[in-house]
Design a protein around this ligand. Structure first.
Ligand code: SF4
Length: 306
């Protein structure tokens, strides 16, 4: 299959939309600034689909254009395959970010669910789930002092396998196991510097994300937690954390780390399409192909091959 985009900005969503419908497909993707269509799909079997500039006329701003392009591609693929995706045209790992924006705008859970269904083709149970999670996040974030305080994010960039849709910096733990202690050494040094820089400000939250933090051995995790405690507790008002949230997501702690374990029981639905398909998608090396073909960057030009 071939995807040709007029601008780099369309490549990510369109690629992942096609991959969501055809997870096993080999896809070549190009950026061709000289072509007329914003996006041109050439599918196996001879089907072809284009999104023209006229199709997004009236959409103000690049984000709106990008969303419309993705929407048109989704509906074409859905019609062509007869399939609907649970998360509709959403790609990426945090549908609740979008759900929170919509809830804030619509000021009604019901209307937010409707918008997710109507404008993003999200299936009703997933739309409801995203809005429920957004409401829970809102309640958790409300008490934080965002003016005088800060949140600490500690990244553990290792995962058991690398998901095809991943946009995080993450490395295979099998390949990098021997370097994890060295990474922790560097991380602890950086945390010590940050602790000094932030002295006097209130530490609102500590988030250990990734990657997958549980790729650390128990001893390594303990070392990290003790170091955070030593570096931040005395100068930041310290004390016991008021709540601890544990991740339970199959696809990585960054997805579920903010969810209270009691309300995220095993078997509860995942939070995004990609996670639902994680096992399937994990076999396909979008990242590897991307990196191998472009040295980590997608350059723009006629016939650029990713
Ligand atoms: S588990 Fe998360 S961080 Fe790790 S590869 Fe998958 S999406 Fe990326």
């Amino acid at each position: 299959m071939k995807i040709s985009c007029k601008e780099t900005v369309f490549t990510y969503n369109v690629y992942h939309m096609v991959k969501a419908f055809f997870p096993e497909a080999e896809i070549e993707q190009y950026v061709d600034a000289g072509q007329e269509p914003l996006v041109k799909l050439e599918l196996d079997g001879g089907s072809c689909f284009c999104v023209l500039p006229a199709d997004v006329r009236g959409r103000a701003g690049m984000q709106a254009k990008k969303r419309e392009v993705t929407r048109l591609v989704y509906h074409f693929l859905s019609e062509m395959t007869g399939k609907e995706l649970a998360w509709g045209m959403l790609t990426g790992v945090r549908p609740t970010k979008l759900a929170m924006q919509i809830v804030a705008r619509e000021r009604s859970e019901e209307r937010a669910v409707d918008v997710l269904q109507r404008d993003y083709a999200v299936a009703p149970p997933k739309a409801k789930l995203a809005v429920e999670i957004a409401e829970r996040e809102k309640a958790l974030l409300a008490p934080l002092d965002i003016h005088q305080g800060f949140s600490l994010y500690v990244g553990i960039p290792f995962c058991p396998s690398i998901c095809s849709y991943c946009s995080f910096g993450s490395l295979s733990v099998d390949l990098w196991k021997g370097q994890m202690d060295a990474y922790l050494d560097a991380l602890c040094k950086e945390l010590a510097v940050v602790a000094v820089q932030m002295r006097g400000q209130k530490l609102n939250t500590i988030y250990i994300g990734g990657g997958t933090p549980t790729t650390l051995e128990p001893g390594q995790l303990e070392r990290l937690l003790c170091h955070i405690d030593d570096a931040f507790a005395p100068s930041h008002g310290g004390g016991e954390p008021s709540r601890i949230y544990r991740g339970g997501g199959a696809a990585g702690q960054h997805h579920a780390g903010k969810i209270r374990s009691a309300s995220f029981a095993p078997g509860e639905p995942h939070f995004h399409q990609s996670a639902d398909d994680a096992a399937k998608n994990a076999r396909f090396g979008w990242q590897a192909a991307y990196r191998a073909g472009s040295g980590g960057k997608l350059s723009v030009g006629k016939g650029t091959r990713v």
